[in-house]
Design a binder for this molecule. Structure first.
Ligand SMILES: *Cc1c(COP(=O)(O)O)cnc(C)c1O
Length: 349
């Protein structure tokens, strides 16, 4: 693939305070852009990160044909650069695209574009555990036409944002009783832009009550716990790890499936099955609920301190040797090339 490259004249890297990054607000010097026109992906290009020009009638603005991915590049002490299970993100963006009647991105466009971009912007990937370059590939419908039907023209774009280890503070959650994130037959399994917009309002109501996030329950009964806004969710009851199976309402997270594998290989009993609100409340009451944590690329693992359901609130105990810290350490060690990787999850660029 012939990628046209237009390098920035003056890097802005010296103006960035890498010790005080706000997640997702600073972007590296370049971006990758490729157009889909007349049934073909054409004009792959790396150019300075900056505004793009669209028709106001571009379909993405009206019908939300937009899907994205979230991945990270890591640097080890020898300045080698790694991705973590990138094939999973490649497959998933195309699964998401298919659900929104968008064209799939070919493997060479995705990977050659990504690798070239990372090579050009490699100074933006900082060494040190927790530092990374967050990568945001996305596809949007750019055709200017406001009939409610799939567009004929799209852009596939990759932008990158330097990130530090992410600590969200103490997180307490509400188990949703009214609002839903996704429904049977819907788009919950896709990383579709609209899934996130739909969560902002209920989440803002939770914020007003002093809770940082919502754990979404099944839309039909609100009796089963499914996932957090951008994270899958795990419960530790006694020494058993429990998480819900993925289905068409739930995002099949790369971090989630990695944790399940690590648990199995570390002799931790894992149950992948429906998790009811009532059993978690009961386990909490009996003192058997030891941990709840979310999993996702951005935060890796995010421990949850407490939850609310109806009029019940519950605080989780502080525990030593938590599963959350065990899995986080194991994942970071693989991602940063600090441990052996028996799974071949780490991919050197
Ligand atoms: C991205 C995402 C996750 C986590 O997926 P990872 O591949 O682990 O980053 C979980 N749930 C939702 C809704 C997401 O959008």
């Amino acid at each position: 693939m012939d990628i046209k490259i237009q390098q920035i004249e003056q890097s802005k890297i010296d103006s960035v305070d890498f010790d005080n990054l706000n997640f997702g607000r600073t972007f590296s010097d370049h971006m990758f852009v490729c157009d889909y026109v007349d049934g073909q992906w054409v004009n792959p290009e790396i150019k300075p990160y900056g505004p793009l020009l669209f028709e106001p009638s571009a379909r993405v603005f009206h019908y939300g044909q937009a899907v994205f991915e979230g991945m990270k590049a890591y640097k080890d002490d020898n300045d080698d650069i790694f991705l973590f299970r990138p094939d999973e993100n490649f497959n998933r963006i195309n699964l998401s695209a298919e659900r929104l009647a968008m064209p799939s991105v070919p493997e060479n466009v995705f990977f050659e574009g990504l690798k070239k971009l990372l090579n050009i912007d490699k100074d933006w990937i900082k060494k040190g555990l927790g530092n990374s370059l967050y990568i945001r590939p996305f596809i949007i419908a750019t055709e200017g036409a406001i009939a409610a039907s799939p567009a004929e023209a799209y852009k596939f774009i990759i932008i990158c944002s330097p990130a530090q280890s992410y600590y969200a503070g103490e997180v307490r959650v509400i188990f949703s009783q009214k609002y839903s994130r996704s429904a049977d037959g819907g788009v919950g399994y896709a990383k579709a832009a609209g899934n996130y917009a739909a969560q902002f309002y209920p989440t803002s109501l939770a914020h007003k009550e002093g809770y940082q996030q919502i754990i979404w329950t099944d839309a039909n009964t609100h009796e089963y716990l499914e996932e957090a806004g951008t994270m899958n969710i795990f419960f530790r009851v006694g020494d058993k790890l429990i998480t819900t199976p993925t289905n068409d309402r739930i995002l099949d997270g790369v971090t989630r499936k990695s944790i399940i594998q690590l648990a199995k290989d570390n002799n931790i009993e894992v149950e992948v099955r429906k998790v009811s609100v009532s059993e978690i409340k009961e386990a909490a009451r009996l003192g058997e609920l030891k941990e709840i944590f979310g999993s996702g690329t951005a935060a890796v693992i995010n421990p949850i301190k407490g939850f609310k359901h109806k009029d019940t609130t519950f605080e989780l105990p502080n525990i030593e040797n938590s599963y959350a810290s065990l899995f986080k350490e194991k994942l970071l060690n693989i991602q940063y090339n600090k441990s052996e990787d028996q799974y071949n999850w780490r991919v050197k660029i």
